[in-house]
Design a binder for this molecule. Structure first.
Ligand SMILES: [Zn+2]
Length: 234
């Protein structure tokens, strides 16, 4: 039998492990997600993005337990939507990013790390060099990590499912490990094979090139950040 008909973060919402979801989708998929959420009794709100993506118009979809909560998320992000081209980062913008992260249930340490990258420029390494924001996030987190936990991998080589919905501040972030392990256990109860498949994808070594490409470790270009994980526990 195929796995559950939803990604891990859907289960996190259904189980009450996350207060709300924020999904960046092409419009056709956004509408399908809204219908699926409403069938499950969740409230939704949608913000069409100012600029289209490579496959056409796109939206951010918010799923929450009440219409007021979904609408609050939409209103919070409205001035800082991706693709809006915010020219200068104001104190209000930073405060909105923080509030959005908290409302989505992200750990405070990981929100702080994201805000530090945001203020520096998400495409700026600590030494000032320009790189893809995934490369910057991984390099920053690697610099702080004593150990690498596969369940905190947000950058699987195949762009497959992840346990986290946020980029961890470090690959041994304690609140992120606790969240990922609880979500893994809930998923595993429903579909052990699918949970093992996600763990296998996340545990596969991956290199993040400066332009954001994900490659096998053996194919890593010069300057890539390398993620080599210890095996996840069952
Ligand atoms: Zn953290």
């Amino acid at each position: 039998m195929a796995g559950p008909p939803y990604p891990p973060e859907w289960l996190a919402l259904l189980e009450g492990l996350k207060p709300a979801l924020r999904l960046w989708r092409d419009d056709a998929r956004a509408i399908a997600e809204i219908r699926a959420a409403e069938r499950r009794g969740f409230a939704t709100a949608r913000s069409p993005l100012p600029a289209a993506g490579p496959r056409g118009p796109q939206s951010i979809v918010y799923l929450a337990r009440t219409p007021a909560a979904a609408e609050a998320l939409r209103a919070l992000e409205e001035p800082i939507l991706p693709t809006r081209g915010v020219a200068a980062l104001s104190t209000d913008h930073v405060a909105r990013h923080r509030a959005l992260g908290l409302a989505l249930g992200f750990p405070g340490c990981c929100i702080d790390a994201f805000l530090a990258r945001l203020v520096r420029g998400v495409d700026r390494l600590a030494n000032g060099d320009v790189a893809h924001e995934d490369h910057v996030a991984v390099c920053d987190a690697l610099g702080l990590s004593q150990a690498l936990h596969a369940r905190l991998n947000m950058f699987p080589r195949d762009h497959g499912a992840t346990w986290l919905s946020h980029v961890p501040c470090r690959f041994d972030c304690a609140p992120s490990i606790a969240y990922a392990d609880v979500l893994h256990a809930a998923f595993h109860r429903r579909d052990p094979a699918a949970a093992a498949g996600i763990d296998a994808g996340l545990g596969t070594g991956v290199a993040i090139a400066q332009d954001g490409r994900r490659t096998a470790l053996d194919d890593a270009p010069p300057g890539a950040c390398r993620l080599v994980f210890a095996a996840a526990e069952a």
